[in-house]
Design a protein around this ligand. Structure first.
Ligand code: ARG
Length: 461
């Protein structure tokens, strides 16, 4: 039996050992000690400023908390084994340090609003870190995109060679996706920017507290206006995990392309040794494990979202202990996404793309057939008919095992008298890509324009 619970007064018996172990969360929420202490410092300052505790007690509490934080960070102080969660652990350590004054910190507060503020402060910090990691990956992709602003490769639909594009263009598509991931995250952070502290257990408090002062000192845009909502809301954590899940889904697509491109069949990319692994049995192998793990860990982040969605579903207002299960998915979702971003950035920074394999692949597979159709359209032939002619030419080549660039003019003219010698400007992939100058298209000019724009966005941030 353990008897050190804060509700001891009402109870004759301590909590059963197994019940304590089942309900303790310190091994998970211990990660939030900085946020817990920051919230407590702001709360103590406000209690003293409002005359709810004495200025001396306020000062002693704050000094004690600052020292405690330094000691925990330095590893000089461990959490007490009999503390149920981070809030109890910090309070216990504080009272040990500053004496009975420490027992006044919890005035006009409950663990329900305390945990809610800890979570919001934690999310804010994780969003900052993830946003910076997204930028870093964008910078790496941009560097490679600039290097390969004129590298021709096949563009795919249905994973079949469709039309030639530039590697720079392909990589810049991911910058766009990552930018949406970044702003999505900042967007949910905006909605989470209200202070729950001061809601107390659920109904507010009769002490003359100043929630706006606490909000300002903790850097919140405002206060959560309804005390019951303040302690029961976890939709900001759900939004965060939804953003993590979508971000991982996008990252997983990039990871899949790396896995595919690293195969002997494609040979589009050579992953640096520092980010590949070998086989313990097959000496020839170099495996894209980092990309595979990013792809694999995506499931884990979806799991975190589904886990918390399920926990929250059907919970009556306001706080329910079920909600303690929020922290593991929140922390794991954040860790997994951030680590994945960092590893992807490192891996792509250490990889080289094989321009000649890409060019060779772009040359095969009739990826310029659309150019033939477009050429005929420019000669005044309706697109549907032009499409038919181009299709017939492809069929002719397939039967004879020829590429489009290998056809001579008389042969082409058998299919349409409109062909002239300038058709050969369109049959090779590099010239074909050159022609695609519509806004956002794959031409070198458009890619250069995108690169310039992205440079101004991501530089120095
Ligand atoms: N460890 C708890 C949690 O994370 C803190 C809030 C506890 N509140 C309570 N009334 N038991 O949710």
């Amino acid at each position: 039996m353990t008897n050190s619970q804060p509700w001891g007064g009402r109870f004759r018996e301590g909590l059963a050992e197994v019940a304590f172990r089942f309900s303790a969360s310190l091994d998970v929420d211990g990660r939030l000690f900085r946020q817990d202490i920051a919230g407590s410092i702001a709360h103590a300052q406000m209690l003293a400023d409002c005359g709810i505790i004495s200025a001396e007690d306020g000062a002693a509490i704050i000094q004690g908390l600052i020292e405690l934080r330094a000691d925990i960070e330095a590893g000089n102080v461990g959490f007490p084994a009999d503390a149920e969660d981070i809030h109890m652990a910090v309070e216990k350590l504080l009272i040990e340090r500053v004496g009975p004054a420490g027992g006044r910190l919890h005035t006009a507060r409950s663990r329900n609003d305390q945990v809610a503020v800890d979570i919001k402060l934690y999310l804010r910090q994780r969003v900052e870190g993830i946003v910076a990691s997204i930028r870093q990956l964008q910078r790496v992709l941009l560097r490679q995109a600039e290097l390969h602003a004129a590298t021709v490769m096949p563009g795919y639909t249905h994973l079949q060679r469709a039309q030639p594009v530039l590697l720079g263009h392909h990589l810049l598509a991911y910058l766009q996706m990552l930018e949406r991931d970044r702003t999505r995250l900042l967007d949910c952070q905006r909605r989470a920017d209200t202070l729950p502290l001061g809601a107390a257990a659920l109904a507010g408090t009769s002490f003359p507290i100043d929630r706006h002062a606490v909000a300002a000192s903790l850097g919140f845009a405002g206060i959560a206006e309804n005390s019951m909502d303040a302690v029961s809301a976890r939709d900001h954590v759900l939004e965060f995990l939804a953003a993590c899940s979508i971000g991982m889904s996008n990252l997983s697509r990039l990871a899949e392309e790396v896995v595919l491109w690293a195969t002997t069949e494609f040979q589009f990319i050579q992953i640096g040794d520092a980010f590949s692994t070998g086989s313990s049995i097959m000496p020839q192998k170099k495996n894209p494990d980092m990309a595979e793990l990013v792809r694999g860990k995506t499931g884990r982040v979806y799991g975190a979202l589904i886990s918390l969605l399920t926990t929250m579903k059907g919970l009556p207002l306001s706080y329910n202990r079920d909600m303690q299960e929020d922290k593991l998915p929140m922390i794991d979702g954040a860790d997994t996404w951030e680590d994945s971003l960092v590893v992807m950035a490192g891996m792509l920074d250490n990889s080289t793309f094989n321009a000649s394999a890409m060019a060779a692949a772009a040359g095969g597979g009739f990826s310029t057939a659309t150019e033939i159709a477009d050429y005929l359209v420019r000669c005044g032939i309706p697109f549907r008919d032009a499409h038919g002619v181009a299709g017939a030419i492809v069929g002719y080549c397939v039967e004879r095992n020829l590429t489009l660039a290998e056809l001579d003019l008389p042969t082409l003219q058998k299919f349409s008298s409109a062909f002239a010698s300038d058709i050969f400007n369109y049959l090779d992939p590099a010239s074909a890509v050159e022609q695609r100058r519509s806004a956002g298209a794959a031409s070198p000019q458009e890619v250069a324009r995108q690169v310039r724009w992205w440079k101004s966005v991501v530089s120095g941030q």
